[in-house]
Ligand binder design. Structure first.
Ligand code: DAH
Length: 342
């Protein structure tokens, strides 16, 4: 037995030197440690031995088995490193002088829609303002007639930061600042990214874009609001758009409306994007509440105005027939590459 063990060890050592790749090493493992391998058969043969012999020989066979196993792992690591080096050496060197590929990539579909809508508003005499994404509670709520503890705060599942500021839940958070900055009369739009702790599905996301608009002047009425909304939407869609107005409650407007458009993904027949109703809530709006005007430093006896919160992300879904809102933030190139410029 001792002789057999020594012979197996020697053969193994010689063959190990020759194993130069992963496949060769695997063959070696099977030959010695596999089910019918040389070392395994030693264990089988031990079964017929006397118990006293078995103990002594068993220790030798075990140490041979451990030796073979350890050597195979060691050699495996060397081979892996060698193979990696070979792969690296076979790669084409990176040529920094090659011209860049400018043909791939483009603006995100929401950026495209945002810019287009901004242009439409500019042509109607509106200014376009930027506003931060982190705001304080006064800007987001109090200044637009949502006092602390008002149940309307529950409508927006808000992300609070540790310093009690918030991620803006809607672009209405900028209304007060814009009124204070420009005074009345005023025509302004302010797009921005908004955040809410929503459960996500094909029409809800935690991060989405809105464009807020305000028009304040002497004698601005609901008729102006309705006319303006229709003109704006037909400009955006470059076609007649089916619209409906429903009463809606928002503390910063009185009266308030929900403006829905006919779903353009299913043409009104019902799909998951419109919750099978055939309509999509696109642009809540209303006549600015006198308290909001007052808090913005605008004379509410002299001026009236309307405000609206256009859902830019929803608009992009309608314009480009994107059925799942989550596609926009997914980074999925299959979807986003459709907007790549040639
Ligand atoms: N800020 C509201 C929201 O995101 C939307 C909104 C409603 C904006 C009515 C308005 C408005 O300007 O008049 O839920």
């Amino acid at each position: 037995m001792q002789e057999r063990i020594d012979k197996i060890k020697l053969t193994f050592k010689n063959l190990l030197k020759e194993a130069s790749d992963s496949a060769g090493l695997e063959n070696l493992r099977v030959r010695f440690l596999g089910k019918k391998g040389d070392v395994t058969s030693l264990f089988l043969d031990m079964k017929t031995m006397k118990p006293s012999e078995r103990k002594e020989i068993g220790a030798l066979v075990n140490s041979l088995k451990n030796f073979v196993a350890k050597e195979i792992v060691k050699r495996g690591e060397d081979i892996k490193n060698l193979e990696l080096l070979e792969t690296i050496n076979s790669l084409q060197p990176f040529d920094v002088s090659r011209p860049a590929n400018f043909g791939k990539g483009s603006y995100h579909p929401i950026t495209l829609v945002e810019r287009e809508v901004e242009e439409i508003f500019r042509s109607m005499g509106f200014i376009v303002e930027e506003f931060p994404e982190v705001v304080d509670e006064y800007q987001c709520f109090e200044s637009i007639n949502i006092p602390p503890h008002h149940p309307a705060r529950d409508m927006q599942d808000t992300y609070y930061l540790s310093d009690s500021r918030v991620l803006k839940t809607h672009t209405s958070a900028a209304q007060n600042e814009v009124m204070r900055k420009y005074g009345a009369p005023l025509k302004a739009v302010f797009p921005g990214r908004c955040f809410r702790n929503e459960s996500t599905d094909s029409s809800h996301e935690t991060t989405f874009f809105q464009m807020e608009g305000m028009m304040i002047g002497e004698g601005v009425s609901i008729s102006n609001l309705i006319y303006f909304m229709k003109t704006m939407l037909s400009e955006i869609f470059k076609a007649a758009v089916k619209v409906r107005l429903r009463p809606g409650f928002f503390p910063f407007v009185e009266p308030g409306f929900e403006l829905d458009i006919g779903c353009m993904i299913c043409n009104g027949s019902g799909c998951s994007s419109c919750k099978n109703s055939g309509w999509i809530e696109l642009c809540p709006c209303g006549m600015i509440h006198p308290n909001v005007l007052k808090m913005g430093g605008v004379d509410d006896e002299k001026y009236t105005g309307f405000a609206f919160g256009l859902g830019l992300t929803r608009l992009a879904m309608m314009k480009y027939s994107v059925a799942d809102i989550r596609s926009f933030n997914s980074g999925n190139l299959k979807i986003l590459s459709q907007f790549f410029t040639a």
